[in-house]
Design a binder for this molecule. Structure first.
Ligand SMILES: [Zn+2]
Length: 178
């Protein structure tokens, strides 16, 4: 199958493609264009003839289907600035890179329950067929609905989910003082 040099091949400025919600395991990526809104999910294919000699070959895109694309696309996008994350809303659009930099410069820092909810998350739970590497999206969605009645054991279990809601679990346990 043909590989593409860009994950989102919409023709807009490549720098306007941002990762959605969180880093993924391995070489998988999910990104969205902040100009036209197009979303793409796939894996960077590389050739490693010897250790530390990694040659990027291109992206292998994976089709998600309409329902999953809409649900995943409703999560915030993020950039890292000076070691801190900045979230941008799924519906924000920028004409060019400078406009996006201005917005990033004035946006609040941080990645946690409060920032995620303020930036906007999908209303309903994940549609069927979520690829395994994207399962954290569903786990984070559930974690955002934790409340005082959520058992500590559930939080402790979630804290071990490094490909999931571990950060939100620590945040909630700190809030409760457990
Ligand atoms: Zn675009």
């Amino acid at each position: 199958m043909a590989l593409s040099k860009r994950l989102v091949d919409c023709g807009c400025d490549e720098r306007l493609s941002l990762a959605v919600l969180d880093h993924l395991a391995g070489r998988s990526q999910i990104v969205a264009c902040m100009s036209c809104g197009r979303l793409a999910f796939g894996e960077a294919m590389v050739n490693e003839p010897q250790p530390y000699d990694v040659q990027f070959l291109g992206y292998q895109r994976v089709a998600l289907g309409e329902a999953l694309e809409a649900w995943l696309g409703a999560w915030p996008r993020f950039v890292e600035v000076g070691g801190e994350r900045v979230l941008l809303g799924a519906g924000e659009r920028f004409l060019d890179w400078n406009a996006m930099q201005l917005a990033i410069g004035t946006a609040p820092r941080g990645w946690g329950r409060e920032r995620l909810l303020a930036t906007g998350v999908p209303e309903g739970h994940a549609p069927d067929g979520l690829p395994k590497v994207l399962r954290r999206f569903a786990e984070i969605w559930v974690a955002l609905r934790w409340n005082d009645a959520t058992p500590v054991a559930e939080l402790k279990n979630a804290e071990t989910r490094f490909q999931g809601p571990n950060h939100l679990a620590r945040e909630e346990m700190t809030r409760r003082g457990v």
